[in-house]
Design a protein around this ligand. Structure first.
Ligand SMILES: *[C@@H]1O[C@H](CO)[C@@H](O)[C@H](O)[C@H]1NC(C)=O
Ligand SMILES: *[C@@H]1O[C@H](CO)[C@@H](O)[C@H](O)[C@H]1NC(C)=O
Ligand SMILES: *[C@@H]1O[C@H](CO)[C@@H](O)[C@H](O)[C@H]1NC(C)=O
Length: 360
């Protein structure tokens, strides 16, 4: 964005921030709308080390992924002996969180309908602000928890991250270095956090900081009669018959060592996908033994989910792309991609627009 564009965006965003605050009032009223019937808490497999409530659990010193649970029987490990050039995920993932913030998920998520975790880079402070000023307001609902998940920041950004977290308290910081090629590690850090600190949340939305999420629509989607009790399921924009890029020039290049197959398994695209809570622990447990693949969506919702027989269900409401939208389309959709700072405010106004008559 050029300097002029940035200044324009700032002016617009200032006005928009005021609009957003006004909208918050509406939102708070809306959040008192009759709640769906309470869910029976999902039975949990026995935990060996339950995270204690506040004060925060002791910092993990263990830097390996947990072994696969002995029950139920899991898939066979990768073929042995393995080619020494193959990198397994457990060789590169650094477990644990610098800032776990267990308080972001009260009662381990037992009272939540939805946990929203937003992957973000340390330098994306303004994208996080735009989310907080718009759709992130839904974090004030008692049945929604929301936080940003970052990788370990460079030394140059540590003090800024400290200050931002002191102000908002919503930054979960993992231990793997934050970089583009480590996106998969960030998603695993997210799953590890959800499993450790929020294991009773029935649904996890994985999304990114350049997304607009229609939380009320997503809640209706997640609690619809046909879905509310679903287990082992991922919902999103499902892509079939996608082929690995074998030319090293591609941003998405994948070597045959990272993924030997000819075609990727069906996967839900990374900008936003919804995961049933029971899938989180098994995904995490299976990750360590798989070849490291830096395409996080193919890895988690394709490779792992296929192995674990977790269903991937396509839903057109996950637009997961950039779209110029009419208020009704914003109100009907769940997830819009490639949203810049000022666009968050525009979409937020359209979401709350009560003047345009939409049919559903
Ligand atoms: C770390 O975790 C692994 C897998 O859970 C376990 O085998 C190992 O004993 C643990 N090490 C320590 C020091 O806790
Ligand atoms: C994670 O990022 C760091 C810094 O870019 C890099 O050195 C490391 O190789 C990355 N890890 C993986 C598994 O790609
Ligand atoms: C979902 O499960 C709960 C608890 O078992 C049950 O009371 C409820 O009727 C189920 N809902 C649907 C739509 O099947």
């Amino acid at each position: 964005m050029g300097v002029l564009g940035a200044a324009g965006a700032l002016r617009r965003s200032h006005a928009a921030a005021l609009a957003a605050l006004g909208a918050l009032l509406l939102l708070l009223l809306a959040s008192r709308a009759p709640a769906p019937p309470p869910r029976r808490p999902r039975p949990l497999p026995p935990r060996t080390t339950p995270p204690s409530p506040l004060p925060p659990p002791a910092r993990r010193t263990n830097t390996t992924l947990p072994p696969p649970p002995t029950h139920p029987p899991t898939h066979p490990p990768s073929p042995t002996p393995r080619d020494p050039r193959i990198i397994l995920t457990r060789d590169v993932y650094v477990a644990g969180h610098e800032r776990p913030h267990p308080e972001l998920c009260p009662a381990l998520g037992a009272r939540l309908q939805l946990l929203v975790l937003i992957t973000s880079a340390p330098s994306h402070a303004s994208a996080r602000d735009a989310v907080r000023l718009t759709w992130g307001h839904y974090a004030s609902r008692s049945d929604v928890a929301l936080a940003f998940v970052l990788g370990s920041p460079p030394a140059s950004l540590r003090s800024a991250i400290d200050a931002e977290d002191a102000l908002y308290g919503d930054l979960i910081v993992g231990r793997s270095i934050d970089s583009y090629s480590n996106l998969t590690l960030k998603t695993l850090s997210m799953l590890e956090w959800a499993d450790t600190y929020c294991p009773r949340a029935p649904r996890l939305l994985k999304t990114d900081d350049d997304m607009f999420i229609n939380i009320p629509r997503l809640l209706r989607f997640a609690t619809a009669p046909g879905r509310v009790n679903a287990t082992r399921t991922i919902w999103g924009k499902v892509v079939k018959k996608s082929y690995p890029k074998r030319t090293t020039k591609s941003k998405y290049y994948v070597s045959p060592l990272q993924f030997p197959g000819k075609v990727f398994p069906d996967f839900a695209t990374g900008p936003a996908y919804l995961v049933s809570g029971d899938s989180i622990r098994v995904l995490l447990a299976a990750a360590g033994g798989e070849r490291y693949l830096r395409l996080e969506d193919v890895f988690v919702t394709g490779v792992l989910a296929t192995r674990l027989k977790i269903a991937r269900l396509h839903s057109p409401e996950f637009y997961n792309r950039k779209v110029a939208l009419h208020p009704c389309a914003v109100q009907r959709g769940i997830a819009i991609h490639m949203v810049r700072y000022h666009e968050q405010f525009d979409l937020w106004r359209k979401l709350l627009d009560g003047k345009t008559k939409c049919t559903s």
